[in-house]
Design a protein around this ligand. Structure first.
Ligand SMILES: *Cc1c(COP(=O)(O)O)cnc(C)c1O
Length: 226
């Protein structure tokens, strides 16, 4: 078995086990393989092992790989920070955008979304109020959600977080729990916005236990990045 194949099997198994232990449905969590800085060959290999969702952070790099992987039924997720001048190409090329945190970005994605498609949107929340991180503050979530909900071609699907790294398991759990409650609050107004993109290689089990519906796994599938 190839290294990637082995890593993917392990990840599938461990996600399944975590879900079963929590009495959750086996398909209640989507695995997104984060392929930034990884080649199209590696993406292709992961695809043939059953991964359908791929996440990319850097537009130019993503577009080159996407072009060479045309024909595969890949669902592309944009998970990097968004500059306004990139919104057109992001709108044209991605099925999901996890990192919307300003109405300006949402309006541009809506404006440039091709007529025959819709884009699934997640609002990034700066859950630990870090200076260095993108994301809306929790008190601004509902206003942004309402505005996005009114835009054409966009479907508000839920929220995304990247908690503080190198923190204790206790604090991480607090951040995940806070995110879960914010998701419930959002769903009380927008019932279908029930996705929670949270959890990466080092913390996805805890994230799943805390209610995550989408985990973003890079290292755990492709190995270390250079
Ligand atoms: C790189 C990245 C990931 C994957 O991180 P790993 O620790 O390698 O799993 C997930 N989410 C975002 C937003 C990233 O930029």
């Amino acid at each position: 078995m190839s290294e990637i194949n082995e890593k993917i099997s392990k990840t599938f198994l461990s996600v399944k086990e975590t879900l079963l232990l929590r009495n959750k449905n086996e398909d209640s969590v989507k695995i997104i393989a984060v392929s930034k800085k990884k080649s199209k060959e590696l993406i292709s290999e992961a695809y043939s092992c059953g991964i359908k969702n791929f996440g990319e952070n850097y537009l130019q790099e993503a577009l080159e790989k996407k072009e060479s992987l045309k024909g595969k039924e890949i669902i592309w997720h944009f998970i990097g920070s968004i500059q306004s001048n990139k919104c057109k190409e992001i709108a044209e090329n991605f099925d999901w955008v996890h990192t919307v945190d300003r109405i300006k970005t949402a309006r541009l994605l809506s404006k440039y979304c091709p007529k025959d498609k819709t884009i699934n949107i997640l609002i990034q929340i700066n859950i630990d109020c870090e200076e260095s991180k993108s994301g809306v503050l929790e008190e601004d979530l509902m206003d942004l959600a309402k505005e996005i909900d009114s835009l054409n071609n966009l479907i508000l699907k839920g929220i995304m977080v990247i908690p503080k790294n190198d923190t204790s398991e206790g604090l991480l759990k607090n951040s995940f729990n806070k995110t879960f409650l914010l998701s419930k609050k959002l769903q009380s107004k927008l019932i279908d916005a029930d996705e929670i993109s949270m959890g990466m290689t080092n913390d996805y089990k805890l994230a799943i236990e805390s209610g995550s519906t989408m985990i973003r796994i890079g290292t755990g599938i492709f190995g270390e990045r250079n």
